[in-house]
Write a protein that binds this ligand. Structure first.
Ligand SMILES: [Zn+2]
Length: 447
């Protein structure tokens, strides 16, 4: 029941504890008990963490997990092509419940292998059976996740005038699976929000999320409409803002709207790679920080980007620096001496700030005694990392999935010595191919 992680370079990301060149972490059951150098403890399994950076598991605040099955199908897709190919009754509607099981299992295992111990699964729910299979996929992977119950992708749902909603299904799912918070999977509600549904529908669904005590996540404030809709301002005027609302992208919202989020609550999930690629707009990381909002990070769509958070940290950090550097260069000023935003800020975005966005910061996001033992070990001897002179910079800028030696969720190992412990990877691959083929065939024959 007890594990002692011995002699690691420990990044707790908890300001009150600090980081350590060398320290130990004592875990009892699922929880962290103590973090300090030279812990003496009997009756425990010792995990050798020497030559490792030990840090909190990464938290992905926005991912459509089922899309693992159609990975990279949209390498050259704009946002318009993506929406037209996945939504409105197209590819995203061609899933059977068993496809959702395997898609979520594969997507969650991919995340775990990459050191992501928590994710928000922004789902497109076709039916109750589909939702239940998605939940089973997450559960079998052993990941911590917010299952954000969402609308189907059908055209009639995404017609802005639509009054359709599937919140009755969401209530059913909440009651059946998420009555307790003391489990790896918790409830969220994924809604279309005021830019993809009517205002009345958006308000109704926000209220349902609050009844269900579910974090309420919506895509908002990007593309050509993001700046003109002023949805944050409208939500503020209606007295609806609060820390339980999660806004994905928000590239084009105004600085004063960002300040409203800082004052009234509401998180921003930046998914920098896909935003720069598809045409959402410039990632809002810097604008958020400048206006008092600590942004969360996310992967979003593996149809078009990789599924790991190290990549997202790099994109977020350097995109924001490039933006500010270019502003200065355009005024004939050589940027510096300090760069805009820090490696630490982007690492916090990928851990504790994403945990806050998912309302899970009391459980994960830092290595703090009392929190769940969701932690990862990065091999500090790998040639792309060694010698480690700045652990935070190393993780934010140099580390990749292959450097992740071990992953623990609630104290339980899911990856050790570079290998996933999930036993059925061969069977998983076979089933994923079968599901993928079914979906593509159904899509072609119906189009
Ligand atoms: Zn999304």
């Amino acid at each position: 029941m007890r594990k002692l992680f011995k002699n690691g370079t420990v990044l707790t990301l908890d300001e009150s504890i600090g980081d350590f060149d060398r320290a130990d972490i004592l875990v009892e059951g699922s929880k962290i008990v103590e973090v300090k150098p030279n812990i003496e403890a009997d009756d425990c399994e010792v995990v050798d963490a020497s030559d490792m950076i030990v840090m909190p598991g990464l938290v992905d605040s926005h991912r459509h997990t089922w899309e693992s099955l159609i990975r990279n199908v949209g390498a050259d897709w704009s946002l318009q092509t993506y929406l037209g190919s996945i939504y409105y009754g197209n590819l995203g509607s061609k899933r059977r419940p068993q496809d959702d099981y395997i898609g979520n299992l594969l997507g969650a295992l991919e995340a775990l292998e990459a050191g992501v111990t928590t994710l928000l699964d922004w789902t497109m729910v076709i039916s109750r059976d589909h939702a239940e299979e998605m939940i089973r996929g997450l559960d079998d992977a052993g990941i911590r996740a917010v299952f954000a119950h969402g609308p189907p992708g059908d055209a009639e749902y995404w017609d802005q005038a639509s009054e359709l909603d599937n919140t009755a299904d969401a209530r059913f799912i909440k009651e059946k699976y998420f009555s307790s918070r003391e489990q790896l999977l918790t409830m969220g509600l994924a809604i279309r929000g005021p830019e993809f549904s009517s205002w009345e529908t958006a308000v109704k669904e926000i209220k349902v999320a609050r009844e269900l005590e579910a974090v309420c996540s919506m895509h908002l404030g990007f593309g050509t409409w993001g700046a003109t809709e002023r949805s944050i301002e409208k939500l503020n005027q209606a007295g609806l803002l609060g820390p339980d609302l999660n806004f994905t992208h928000a590239n084009a919202i105004r600085p004063e709207e960002m300040k409203m989020l800082a004052e009234e609550g509401g998180s921003v999930s930046v998914t920098p790679e896909v935003e720069m690629m598809m045409g959402h707009g410039y990632p809002a990381l810097g604008q958020a920080l400048e206006n008092g909002v600590k942004p969360a990070l996310g992967v979003d769509v593996v149809t078009s980007t990789g599924g790991d958070m190290f990549t997202q940290m790099k994109f977020a950090l350097q995109a924001e620096r490039a933006r500010v550097n270019q502003e200065q260069l355009s005024q004939n000023i050589m940027p510096g001496p300090e760069l805009h935003i820090t490696a630490k800020e982007v690492l916090e975005a990928a851990t504790i700030d994403s945990a806050k966005a998912l309302l899970l910061d009391d459980k994960v996001g830092t290595l703090t005694p009392g929190k769940e033992a969701d932690l990862i070990m990065v091999r500090a001897t790998d040639l792309n990392i060694f010698p480690v002179n700045d652990p935070v910079g190393t993780v934010a800028q140099c580390t990749h999935t292959g450097n992740v030696d071990s992953v623990f969720v609630g104290g339980k190992a899911v990856k050790r010595h570079g290998k996933m412990l999930h036993t059925d990877l061969e069977k998983l691959r076979k089933r994923a191919i079968e599901a993928r083929d079914y979906m593509f065939n159904a899509s072609v024959s119906n189009s």
